[in-house]
Design a binder for this molecule. Structure first.
Ligand SMILES: *Cc1c(COP(=O)(O)O)cnc(C)c1O
Length: 437
């Protein structure tokens, strides 16, 4: 007679939940539905409805052979990466669930998470750049991204070619030809085309479809990456317009509560693999607690962004008519037909971050900012609360005046990120602050 312990049927250990049904009656489930359960099976965690936070540095192998197999995947001796959890610099349950859910929003095969948006962007660029390579990028970029290319990668012989956000197909062809010649002259290759759209703080849009067509014609095989922090994941889906890799500062709309810092990239697995390999080496993966907070954030990201977008439309309709306002850089009111055409083809909403041009200069902007009571005076964006800042004297203070002029970062520009407060309260607060101008 077997002893009682042996008689207990031990289930086969199974780390990953069974692939959940992602359709109902032949119709694919929407991301907002999938955010409540995709990638997590409560049965694997004592029935806990929500994923626990897994605070561990390492994971026990089922057998020595399983351990060997994991390392074959991690070290690249075998295709496909690790089949299980190994060590927390490589991955963990909270991060894997988060990566599965982030991939859903962008319709991507795979996603990777990082300790900040800049960690994501730096590791992405380093994974693709070799010595003497060229990066082609749209301008302006987030200052730290631009600085990483110009000041850090340049130490390894990497140079860049940049182009203005609104560039046309013909202009893009010429830019890519120039980059190709530059790479040949310095003995490298064009490693990546890196975009940011809309640009900060001007909200200028890049024609991703034209970039893809130009790439296919001039530099086939070179990956196109795009920073989608300002409109993603709700209002712009760049992988559908020709981008290969989409990058995020999750600190902004995705995290959405101004209480964490994190980043991600998503795309086809073949584009993610070199980045995963470098992340395995360097670290920089998001921590389990932050990953858990982001899972909570993802359950409401659609609600929050919709409300913020509606609020911004109401606030901008008010500001546009105000006598002390010179103009707005808001994607809901585009004046330039070329920009409107890009918007119509690429964007599903105008977002909630915009530029307000006040009649006057720095002094008038400061009086406006100092008299806001609901909106907080802070950099960053995409949170539940409305934030306002003065780029020329804050985020872009170190940008040389000539480049500020070129980019349209004027002394009378206030950047506003509208949150999910009551729209009428916000309008009343902006009206009051404008009275002091
Ligand atoms: C904030 C931001 C980043 C950097 O993200 P962190 O999470 O602060 O590292 C990159 N790109 C854009 C467009 C951003 O707004």
């Amino acid at each position: 007679m077997p002893d009682a312990v042996d008689a207990v049927e031990t289930p086969t250990p199974r780390r990953k939940p069974k692939p959940a049904k992602r359709e109902i009656g032949g119709r694919p489930l929407k991301p907002s539905t999938l955010m409540m359960g995709h990638g997590y099976d409560p049965v694997l965690s004592e029935g806990s409805l929500k994923a626990p936070i897994f605070l561990t540095s390492t994971f026990a192998f089922e057998s020595a052979a399983a351990g060997k197999r994991h390392f074959e995947g991690i070290t690249g001796l075998r295709e496909g990466g690790a089949e299980g959890l190994v060590y927390s610099r490589f991955n963990g349950p909270n991060q894997e669930i988060l990566e599965d859910r982030l991939a859903v929003w962008d319709g991507a095969e795979d996603a990777l998470t990082f300790s900040s948006g800049m960690t994501a962007i730096c590791i992405l660029m380093m994974a693709y750049c070799g010595q003497n390579d060229v990066i082609v990028h749209s301008g302006p970029l987030y200052a730290a991204s631009e600085g990483f290319v110009a000041k850090v990668l340049s130490r390894f012989g990497v140079t860049y070619v940049d182009f203005p956000a609104g560039a046309t197909r013909a202009e893009l062809d010429a830019v890519l030809e120039r980059a190709k010649a530059q790479a040949a002259a310095q003995g490298g290759k064009v490693a990546m085309i890196y975009l940011e759209s809309p640009a900060n703080p001007t909200n200028a849009l890049v024609d991703v479809e034209a970039v893809r067509d130009a790439r296919d014609a001039v530099l086939a095989g070179v990956p196109i990456a795009i920073d989608n922090t300002f409109l993603g994941p709700l209002w712009q889906r760049p992988l559908e317009h020709g981008a290969d890799i989409v990058a995020y500062s999750l600190t902004k709309y995705v995290g959405g509560h101004s209480d964490l810092v994190a980043g991600s990239i998503a795309g086809a697995k073949r584009w993610m693999d070199p980045v995963r390999a470098l992340r395995n080496t360097m670290g920089g993966i998001v921590d389990p607690n932050t990953a858990w907070m982001l899972l909570r954030s993802l359950e409401t990201v659609e609600l929050r962004m919709q409300r913020a977008g509606e609020n911004a439309a109401k606030v901008c309709a008010f500001l546009r008519e105000h006598p002390k306002v010179e103009g707005l850089g808001y994607l809901g009111f585009i004046a330039d037909p070329r920009q409107q055409d890009i918007y119509d083809r690429h964007c599903l909403g105008a977002g909630s971050t915009f530029s307000l041009f006040i009649k006057g200069g720095e002094a008038e902007c400061f009086r406006f900012l100092d008299n806001l009571t609901i909106a907080k005076l802070a950099v960053s964006l995409g949170g539940t609360e409305t934030l306002a800042s003065h780029p020329a004297s804050m985020t872009h203070l170190s940008v040389p005046q000539a480049r500020k002029d070129l980019l349209g970062i004027t002394d009378n520009l206030v950047r506003i990120s509208v949150g999910i407060e009551d729209a009428d309260d916000l309008i009343a607060n902006f009206a009051q602050a404008l009275e002091h101008v």
